[in-house]
Structures are given as structure tokens and as C-alpha cells.
Design a protein around this ligand. Structure first.
Ligand SMILES: NC(=O)c1ccc[n+]([C@@H]2O[C@H](COP(=O)([O-])OP(=O)(O)OC[C@H]3O[C@@H](n4cnc5c(N)ncnc54)[C@H](O)[C@@H]3O)[C@@H](O)[C@H]2O)c1
Length: 238
């Protein structure tokens, strides 16, 4: 029983399809109802089980409702992938407060709310559970223009460590995947340029991130919490 935010596209969608192939019942959540419903249709078409719940991941009411709807459909919650995220680029002296706030809300505050509501639900169930947050290589390294994005993802890293530390004895795990650039969102003009930043010489594929999320969410990661798994084609190691 898993929830994925931002599951209508990209890494979230690929992870939802993978989880469903592995037999999980999946709640597809997104602000975009149309793309979310398409993912549900694809999962059901392949014989899996999924529901769509529309939620703005930066709204506490929406995230609480998302957990409630999931539990009422599937009986309990085991895994929460806090994936929704956006980027607005500007150097610090050019960045309007409103845009800074939007990125912090969708990337960092949403991750806080997903962790908060998931922990509350795991405690209510009296079970452990696994949270995976979607960070970024920019939780660790800067790049010009990513003022708000990198700041928000740095915050996700520390939030992951906080939640991992706080609930370790209750078997509530919070970990983070940190992708480098993946293929789906990159325009062809800058694809080559970005690929050169990865010693692999190519961008990642969403499925390569999804595989890491699946591991972090599984019992195979039973002694791993509060940590980060970089899925980055060696971007940060050089
Ligand atoms: N793609 C990359 O290269 C890359 C690299 C590193 C990290 N990431 C992170 O991975 C995550 C997913 O990225 P992606 O590239 O797959 O994105 P994407 O743009 O393909 O998909 C993001 C989804 O989130 C949804 N969304 C946006 N705002 C939302 C909100 N407030 N509430 C709920 N849903 C919302 C969108 O509708 C969309 O379906 C993000 O957190 C991103 O920062 C992506």
C-alpha cells in the first residue's frame, strides 16, 4: 500500500508503474487529475490496483486527506514516496520572494507534510513504514540559477536525517533518493551539455531512479534510514 505524490509524470509515474508491477496497491496523487488518471488507467490495464487522489502536496489538508483516502481504499499505509517537486531558476539577486516561496512550498514544505502525515499514520497503525523523499544531486552541490531549488533540496536532506533519527526505534524509515538529471524533462538543446556533466556520459532514466526508490522502500533496506542514495551517474563524485 503506497502513496506517490507527483505521480502523473516523470519519476513519480515510473515509480508508480514499477510498484504496481511488484504487486503494490498504489495511490497516484498529483495536482493534475488528467495525467494522474491516465497512470491509474495504465496500472489497471496491466492488472494492477490503483486509485487517484488529487492533492496539492504543499497543502496539509490535502495531504491528510490523501492518507485518509488511501487507508480507506487499501486498509493501511506501508510506503510514502514524497516525490512532487518543481524548479524556478533565478540568481539570488533576481529571485522574487513569491517564486522562492513557491519552490520552498512545493519541494520542502510538501516533503515535511508527507513525512508528518505518514509518521502519524504509521503510529496510528502501530506498524513501521517506509518514507522515501525525492531529493536531488542539488541537495549536495550547487549550480548557478538553482537558488531556490538547491536550497529546498538541501532542506529535504536534513529533514530526511531528522525523521530517520527520530523514529528509528519505531521502525519508521525516512530515506532520500538523489537523482542527477533524467531524460524526460530535458529539452534536446541542453541534453548534450548536461550529459557531459555526468561521467557516465548520459542522463539517467526515470526507471533507474524508480529502482532505487523500490529498494529504499523495501525490507531489503531494513538497516538503512536517514540517508541518501545518489542515483547520479557519478555527477557528485568527481
Ligand atoms: N527529472 C530530473 O532530472 C530530476 C533530478 C533530480 C531530482 N528530481 C526530482 O524528482 C521529482 C520529480 O521530478 P520529475 O522530473 O519527474 O518531474 P515532472 O515535472 O515530470 O513531474 C512532477 C509532477 O509533480 C506534479 N506536481 C507539481 N506540483 C505539485 C504539487 N504542488 N502537488 C502535487 N503534485 C505536484 C506535476 O503535476 C507533475 O505531474 C522532483 O522532486 C524533482 O525535483 C528530478
Amino acid at each position: 500500500m503506497a502513496i506517490i505524490t507527483g505521480a502523473g509524470s516523470g519519476i513519480g509515474k515510473e515509480t508508480a508503474l514499477l510498484f504496481a508491477r511488484e504487486g503494490a496497491k498504489v495511490t497516484i496523487s498529483d495536482i493534475n487529475q488528467e495525467t494522474g488518471n491516465k497512470v491509474v488507467g495504465e496500472i489497471k490495464g496491466n492488472g494492477g490496483e490503483a486509485i487517484f487522489v488529487k492533492a496539492d502536496a504543499a497543502s496539509e489538508t490535502d495531504v491528510q486527506n490523501l492518507v485518509n483516502e488511501t487507508v480507506s481504499a487499501f486498509g493501511k499505509l506501508d510506503v510514502f514516496f514524497a516525490n512532487a517537486g518543481i524548479n524556478i531558476e533565478a540568481d539570488v539577486d533576481q529571485l522574487e520572494l513569491e517564486k522562492w516561496q513557491k519552490v520552498i512550498d512545493v519541494n520542502l514544505t510538501s516533503t515535511f507534510l508527507c513525512n508528518k502525515c505518514a509518521v502519524q499514520q504509521f503510529k496510528k497503525q502501530g506498524t513501521g513504514g517506509a518514507i522515501v523523499n525525492n531529493g536531488s544531486i542539488h541537495s549536495f552541490v550547487a549550480r548557478k540559477g538553482l537558488t531556490a531549488y538547491a536550497s529546498s533540496k538541501g532542506g529535504v536532506k536534513m529533514l530526511t536525517q531528522m525523521v530517520g533519527t527520530t523514529y528509528a526505534k519505531e521502525k519508521i524509515w525516512s530515506n532520500m533518493v538523489c537523482p542527477a538529471y533524467t531524460n524526460q524533462t530535458i529539452s534536446s538543446e541542453i541534453r548534450g551539455q548536461l550529459a557531459d556533466l555526468h561521467p557516465f556520459g548520459r542522463l539517467g532514466e526515470p526507471i533507474e531512479v524508480a529502482d532505487a526508490v523500490l529498494f529504499m522502500a523495501s525490507d531489503d533496506a531494513s538497516f538503512i534510514t536517514g540517508t541518501s542514495l545518489k542515483v547520479d551517474g557519478v555527477y557528485t563524485a568527481v
